[in-house]
Design a protein around this ligand. Structure first.
Ligand code: SF4
Length: 319
């Protein structure tokens, strides 16, 4: 049983207690990875690296950023280990989605001077209660100080689906991160939660009030209690089973001929969601920034060549 919970582990339990059991109780090793998660990690790695360079006063050109994405792809790619559920698409289609995501983000935010980065892949750990019985951990893709002084918690999403605003306004992941940051920074002012749907080139924003934050805190405590009190770990079949790395050992599929019955076969690949809840505000897509000036492939600041050449570790956030 987990001692410290994360938004993705809570989502996992609510999606399927059996999957949670395999992943967090038995800790069954995983031998494959869904292509959607693979693409997401590569895009996260590149955007993180991009902002690291921006912090040092260097803005790599878009071709260099794309080149770096391809390098990360090649470094990690293993066709025998990666799983494609949507068979109508091949690996190269997913790679093209990754390139498009980065292009969208780059063109939208160039020259990356709209705000100040306070943290990249920033780990958070805090407790929901005074006694410390309900610890939470997570990783913030990018923590930002906006020009108006507000803190912002940014999350990069590479999936196609954009949740409705009501769902984002009750999103647990960034809501919990807000609780952590508010506590750490002793921040009384507004904290904006910002999602970048990079493949769709859309941005969404949500802000919570005190009542919503306390409701989230209590709801999450109850969710952790449910996990701690669980004994049956029953499978819960859904359209997400096709992306489940434990399907081969799951009792719900042992005696069934394919194709499996699913609830909502049009469900998207696993991503954050959450119960619906009203209120808050919508930020419509921001106007596109001017595209970067073209740069000769072999010219420019020689330091920026490092952007495409030096290797670096991977992203492990559950986003
Ligand atoms: S295959 Fe479906 S029912 Fe079985 S463990 Fe995975 S998510 Fe749960």
């Amino acid at each position: 049983m987990q001692k410290t919970f994360s938004p993705s582990s809570l989502n996992c339990f609510e999606n399927c207690p059996r999957q949670y059991y395999y992943r967090y109780v038995e800790k069954v090793p995983v031998e494959s990875e869904g292509i959607e998660a693979f693409v997401g990690k590569r895009v996260h790695e590149v955007l993180e690296r991009l902002y690291e360079f921006v912090d040092q006063g260097m803005v790599p050109s878009l071709p260099r950023v794309i080149y770096r994405f391809h390098m990360f792809w090649e470094e990690h790619f293993d066709a025998d280990r990666l799983r494609i559920v949507r068979q109508e698409n091949g690996f190269e289609d997913y790679r093209a989605d990754g390139v498009r995501s980065i292009e969208n983000f780059y063109r939208r935010h160039y020259p990356f001077d709209q705000d100040e980065t306070l943290g990249l892949e920033r780990k958070i750990q805090f407790r929901l209660d005074a006694d410390g019985q309900y610890p939470i951990r997570g990783i913030i893709d990018r923590l930002v100080r906006a020009r108006d002084g507000a803190l912002e918690i940014h999350d990069f999403k590479t999936g196609r689906r954009i949740p409705r605003q009501e769902a984002l306004d009750s999103d647990r992941q960034l809501g919990l991160y807000e609780l952590a940051i508010r506590e750490e920074f002793d921040e009384p002012g507004e904290i904006r939660l910002v999602w970048h749907y990079v493949l769709r080139n859309q941005t969404r924003v949500s802000c919570r009030n005190d009542e919503q934050r306390e409701a989230l805190r209590h709801k999450t405590v109850r969710a952790i209690d449910s996990i701690r009190n669980e004994v049956a770990w029953q499978p819960s079949k859904s359209g997400l089973c096709d992306w489940c790395e434990y399907k081969g050992r799951c009792p719900a599929f042992q005696d069934e001929a394919l194709p499996q019955e699913t609830r909502g076969s049009e469900l998207p690949p696993p991503e954050t969601g959450g119960p619906l809840r009203p209120e808050t505000r919508v930020n419509e897509p921001l106007p596109l920034a001017a595209p970067p000036a073209p740069e000769p492939a072999s010219g420019g600041d020689p330091q920026l060549g490092l952007f495409a050449s030096a290797g670096r570790g991977g992203h492990d956030a559950g986003s």
